[in-house]
Design a protein around this ligand. Sequence first.
Ligand code: ARG
Length: 363
Amino acid sequence: MTPDQIIEQIGSIRTAQPQNLMARHFNAAFFRSLDDQKRQRLMEIIASGMENPDSQMGAYAMHSEDYDLFAPMLDPMIRDFHAIPATTPIAQQHDWNTTAQDCDLGEIDPRLKEVSMRVRVARNLASFPLPGAMSKDQRIEFENIASGAFMKLINDPAFGGQYLSITPGSPHEIDAAEYDRRVSAHQMFKDMSGDPYLNVAGISADWPFGRGMYVSEAQDFLVWVGEEDHLRVMTMLRGGNLNTLFAHLHTGLEHLQTLLPAFATSTAYGNLTSCPTNLGAGMRASLHLQLPNLTENGTDLTRVKQEAKSLGLAVRGAGGEHSGAGEGGLVDISPSARLGVTEMEIMQRLYDGAAALWKLETA
Ligand code: ARG
């Protein structure tokens, strides 16, 4: 395709799919101004949104420096998604002081003492391309660096646990049945080769090489290796106390960081991630709430999505991204913002939002 044809094709996506942020902010003048090599690079970044016009974001960075090199195109998309006006400077701040505020949902209602809580952060190493541009050898080399770090973590009695690989021939390889069990237990990630967005971006390439998961002895601290980002570091706990959840993640993350080469970051965008939706804190914190009244017993998410949106929360079904509501109206709620908010602001938003939805549910 010639540059003119590409510009025309993106123009028709913009008309047909106004939610596609890549198409909405495609900058034809900038695109034309690039030399062939840079234009090719930008094409790879936006390919997912061109071939999947129903995309929300429609782009994945391939290298951490893409956020600088292609800022005239990417920055407006990032601001649009994270609701940051063009004139407001972006400088991601971090705050992990989990003791400064009390966010225990169990104090609101004893029924909230058993909710399932999950918080994850995305991290990438500065020394490798982002997953969409990694070669098979690099995926395997990265997994070896990560598994080396996990062996040290396993020696620490506070963590223990094991590293489970799905790389054929890996010394840590698990069989298909064990993999399926871990997916059903919501610990391990699904087969990425079924995801059309990731496929076009090359992020799921060479599946299942270089993919695996660390799980702690208590099964509450997990690290995904080789998914949409190099690392997805997470804690999963039952109970309503968000302070405990966030403090647990922070402890594990700090420890892991000392065992690995430097993460990719920038002063503006904080943690650099494949998908621009995850920049900043790189954090997604969620709760599973049973909301039968707000969801017509799990059959209709319209009302709960609308209420949640005004609280700055996104709603998914309990089965993950793009799933419907679960049994008895079980939904997953999480603060939408990742960039321009600190970790503790995300915790507070989740607490306030969950409390407000619970009040509506039980009114
Ligand atoms: N690329 C997809 C889109 O633009 C997914 C975006 C958000 N989800 C994610 N897992 N990064 O709609």
